[in-house]
Write a protein that binds this ligand. Structure first.
Ligand code: SF4
Length: 362
């Protein structure tokens, strides 16, 4: 009798040798049960360890412009179309982004993402202000300036962002092409794909993932994993719906923790060399199983608060990372931008410090 799932063994071997999984195999991973589930995690963990080592990368974000967004993404409490009591404000100033960048560095994050709630970027005063904020964060030693500023349809803009010092631009596809119209009416899937392609063409690192638990089917999760693979996205954030009051998705049930972990593992099999970052909703969805996100193949997570909801304390996250005997890349270390990093023989850093962070818990 085999001691490891017989259907999975050749897939793990193939991926470790540089091969690909098929969509049917990825779908089967989401349906794994009993001991197969744990074999799936073991395979994903082996793949992560082979291609990414045991380093956990941390990112932080600042909600730099909050609320009153024209779009109608059904999960989002920042849309002007849904009632919510979140704070609303225009783009914060340089002092505020500097404060957040320093806090991000203090909690061990390698990057600060400047996030704005609006449809996207257009040349003019809005873009000029954004470029200034990026230049400001880029000057903070040890922290990459990242941003998530919506749709881009002008090929000049990614180069301008890059010139300002931007390291990585986030723009999530959110879900599959098939399911996207159930999530958003005000813009289409192709606008999101175009944004990512323009960023890639300008030589910027791309960060794109999705939100799971929005009523999609397992095949949609597989489709998204392959869509991101085809776009050669560098960092893949995986968010789990934390239903927000006032939004059309307010009453959706939370995804089951093991389904979330199976989805993380499937993403690792499909995208073995990429950064897979578990982000929003991990606390409410994974609950006591949060440390298993690394065992299921994740290589990064978000530290600090999210856009409109609170994250865990940094101290708890660091305890989790250390208890899992994972390592981390210190702020300022080169963050793998993309592609195959190759097997790592030894960790970069092993339990070197534990941040003390009251002032930085913004
Ligand atoms: S997800 Fe972004 S684009 Fe969509 S409503 Fe929220 S802030 Fe606007």
């Amino acid at each position: 009798m085999s001691t490891f799932s017989t259907w999975l063994t050749p897939i793990v071997d193939r991926v470790l040798a540089g091969g690909d999984v098929t969509p049917d195999e990825a779908l089967r991973m989401l349906q794994a049960e009993g001991p197969d589930t744990w074999d799936l995690f073991a395979g994903a963990n082996r793949i992560r360890h082979t291609f990414q080592g045991a380093d956990v990368h941390l990112c932080s974000i600042v909600n730099a412009k909050s609320g009153r967004c024209s779009e109608d993404c059904g999960f989002c409490s920042q849309s002007v179309r849904f009632p919510s009591d979140i704070p609303e404000y225009e783009l914060v100033d340089d002092a505020e982004v500097t404060k957040h960048a320093e806090a991000a560095r203090a909690r061990g994050s390698q990057a600060l993402g400047i996030v704005a709630a609006w449809r996207g970027l257009k040349k003019g005063a809005q873009l000029d202000s954004v470029l200034e904020r990026i230049r400001t964060v880029a000057k903070v030693e040890g922290v990459h300036a990242d941003a998530s500023l919506g749709l881009i349809d002008d090929a000049d803009i990614p180069a301008m962002l890059k010139d300002a010092g931007l390291h990585t631009y986030n723009h999530n596809l959110e879900t599959s092409r098939r399911h996207f119209p159930e999530v958003c009416d005000t813009h289409g899937y192709d606008a999101r794909i175009t944004t990512l392609k323009l960023l890639k063409e300008a030589g910027l690192n791309t960060c794109s993932g999705g939100i799971f638990g929005m009523g999609e089917e397992p095949r949609d999760r597989v489709e998204l994993a392959f869509e991101l693979k085809a776009l050669d996205v560098d960092v893949m954030p995986m968010n789990f719906l934390n239903p927000m009051e006032g939004t059309p998705m307010a009453d959706r049930p939370l995804m089951r923790p093991m389904d979330a972990l199976r989805t993380i593992a499937m993403f690792r099999f499909v995208n073995p060399t990429k950064e897979i970052m578990v982000a929003g909703g991990r606390e409410v969805t994974l609950r006591e199983l949060q440390p298993l996100m690394f065992a299921a193949g994740a290589s990064a997570t978000m530290a600090g608060h999210y856009l409109t909801s609170e994250g865990r304390s940094t101290e708890d996250d660091w305890t989790m990372i250390q208890d899992m005997e994972m390592d981390y890349l210190p702020p300022g270390a080169p963050r793998p931008p993309s592609g195959h990093h190759g097997p790592k023989a030894s960790p970069v850093t092993k339990g070197v410090r534990f941040p003390v962070l009251d002032a930085a818990e913004l």
